[in-house]
Design a protein around this ligand. Sequence first.
Ligand code: UD2
Ligand code: MN
Length: 576
Amino acid sequence: SFYSECLGGACKKSSEYEVEVADPLVAEHEEDNKLRSDEVNNVEKEESSSSRVHGTYKPIELKRWRPAPTVEPVPGYPGELGKAVHIPPEKEAIMKEKFKINQFNLMASDMISLNRSLADVRLDGCLDKRYPKLLPTTSIVIVFHNEAWSTLLRTVWSVINRSPRPLLKEIILVDDASEREHLGRKLEEYAKKLPVPVHIFRTEKRSGLIRARLLGAKHVKGQVITFLDAHCECTEGWLEPLLSRIAQDRKTVVCPIIDVISDETFEYITASDMTWGGFNWKLNFRWYRVPQREMDRRGGDRTAPLRTPTMAGGLFSIDKEYFYELGSYDEGMDIWGGENLEMSFRVWQCGGILEIIPCSHVGHVFRDKSPYTFPGGVSKIVLHNAARVAEVWMDEWRDFYYAMNPGARSVPVGDVSSRKELRERLKCKSFRWYLEHIYPESQMPLEYYYLGDIRNVETQTCLDTMGRKSGENLGMTYCHNLGGNQVFAYTKRQQIMSDDNCLDANHKYGPVKLVRCHGMGGNQAWVYDDEDKTIKHVNTGSCLQKPDPGDMNLPLLRTCDYSKSQQWIMKSEFKW
Ligand code: UD2
Ligand code: MN
């Protein structure tokens, strides 16, 4: 989604608001807020070099796994076991003020221990799983710009507390030109006291999360790179299933299930294991329900790795050498956005596998708005990044992107030649292959006759979604030739689609609705006749007609009379 620019108080320095957070490194908290990390040390460490032997890992051996998960709450602290934190009404004003700093409830976050306990959210089937004793090590890379102290350090502590120590090579923090005092010297001093190596690198100037991750990745000493956002909490057993999957096949890129840490209460809410990643015509990442096809492939086992068409982008593990073999990231992408789809397409099209590992759960604070600035303008940056994805990876399906985003046509994509060369060099497959084999359920149709506006012969006005949602009526208005809400695809499956909605009617007389495409024909099957120019609803045999006088914006189904009011032109006048 598009973020608005740094709003209101959002850019204020947080030091004005700093409070003391329950911190395992502060003496007065040590008693009740004891170092949970000590418990992790019950894994005996076997010294071993982290080199690779003939393409297989020369691994670290874990002699003894941790016993029962850490679910002991610390008495006296709010939010333990991932519970919601409620702010008393008298503090609501200041709470709201603080919310703007990071676009989440900073006051709640600051009340919660950096070390907070979480419930074990895994499916029973996960608890029985035995992972190989021989696993690669990982470095955790966390990039941030103006992150709050408590969320950043809670992320770090959750990694320390819940990762088997021998597997955890180091934590790499990349500060992307933050302007918050607590992220300077204070963070450096703090990092030194932590029980695992924590290295801090800083970009010279604001470089965006993509280039910041590249900087972090350069310093990784572990065999696997694990990326996390700076406001996450890792749960019990999160790491082992990720690393073990990579040990089985180094070309597998793996994501945990991303649970929700409420931006309002910091409650830890388990996400569905029945969703995977997709995208729409605007190239926004979206969660969709896992289709039966993929459930069948997994033999109905909800704990089995789930092959996902795309990833959300922030939380994943990848073999370090494979990361570079595959072309790391597109350095031409700025600030935020697009890199997740870029990497998803690249992984699949160039011979890798992208999976969600349901036994690995990591929480993330999802926000409605971005708290930081997008130098140069949000939409310009986001459209620029997405255009690079479309140009390099999507072949003719890039038309859907440009048709849907009129604004994108005027944003320069920059030089993409080196990324196209990469695609050549790796002999990557086509986007058609991706749609056929990896994402047949995609909102982008595999076969279509037409993409563009649909104009009525009599009124010379165009079908228009008016930006309406699924379940609402299709509209109609003057043709603006810009695409966007007036772009429809007429597909070989007889759908008339706009993004993930399809024209749909359950009657033979009256308005037509936009309904989420189900791909099963029925109410959503239409036939356009190139000769008589009618758009016929297959189920009812009715014809699409211009709106009645007095109800100008509502195209209707009527008995076919082949008059001009029922004739439609599918021929675009706009270019991209
Ligand atoms: C999601 C991803 C995020 C990234 C993004 C698309 C998850 C949970 N999050 O958005 O990782 O893939 O989609 O680009 O999948 N940051 C910088 N410099 C910047 C801007 C951001 O270092 O200029 C950091 C930021 O502090 C955070 C991380 O990058 O730690 C991701 O940013 P976000 O949390 O705003 O992204 P999110 O979760 O909305
Ligand atoms: Mn995030």
